[in-house]
Design a binder for this molecule. Structure first.
Ligand SMILES: CC(C)(COP(=O)(O)OP(=O)(O)OC[C@H]1O[C@@H](n2cnc3c(N)ncnc32)[C@H](O)[C@@H]1OP(=O)(O)O)[C@@H](O)C(=O)NCCC(=O)NCCS
Length: 170
């Protein structure tokens, strides 16, 4: 059974530094907070989004970077999706993903792709991603597989997102 859904969250587009804490804690506990910046993080059209509860606590983060897929398609790479362990299965990741898909779709669309941990595959499948190719063992992330979907249309789940609030209007 799913945990209680979070009805009211605030999605904010933020500077990359605001994502480092959750990135490190959820995805790279063996690194320091200063080591979780990656290429493309500071590109002008990269979007970093956080999910904030009404009380102020930041419980989720994700990033999209304009980057061709490994198969040569123009589009966007989804990276660093992380939801605090105490707030999983409450819809936080789905809100986040919908906002990032909408952002990429509004900026030219194309293919949205990611290297997904095997444990996260059902989460991405739920949002319309499909596996491409065979899994491999990533040194840092463990068993991983590439996934993709079109970025050109919304999942319909981002309706709570005020684009002005996210700074998605150019
Ligand atoms: C993957 C992750 C971001 C999902 O975030 P989340 O907030 O828990 O996801 P949601 O609650 O929005 O889930 C949306 C849907 O995805 C699917 N889903 C999510 N987690 C799942 C899981 N562990 N097993 C099966 N399905 C899952 C379900 O269909 C879920 O809908 P439901 O709860 O109504 O059944 C989160 O589990 C996480 O941070 N994991 C650790 C880090 C990680 O692996 N990040 C991804 C790196 S590639």
């Amino acid at each position: 059974m799913s945990a209680e859904r979070i009805a009211d969250v605030r999605l904010e587009r933020v500077a990359v530094e605001e994502t480092f804490g959750l990135r490190q804690r959820v995805l790279r506990p063996s690194l320091t907070v200063g080591e979780v910046e990656t290429p493309g993080d500071r590109n002008a059209d990269t979007a970093h989004v956080i999910v904030r509860l009404l009380g102020g606590e930041v419980v989720g983060t994700g990033t999209v970077i304009r980057q061709e897929s490994p198969w040569g398609e123009a589009g966007w790479r989804l990276r660093w999706m992380a939801v605090d362990v105490d707030h999983r299965r409450r819809g936080v990741g789905a809100h986040l993903l919908a906002a990032l898909i909408e952002y990429a779709g509004a900026r030219g669309g194309g293919i949205l792709w990611c290297n997904a941990r095997l444990l996260a595959v059902p989460f991405y499948e739920r949002a319309g991603f499909v596996v491409r190719g065979q899994p491999w063992d990533d040194r840092e992330a463990g068993s991983t597989v590439a996934m993709r979907r079109e970025a050109s249309h919304s999942t319909g789940q981002a309706r709570i997102v005020a684009r002005e609030q996210l700074g998605f209007r150019s």
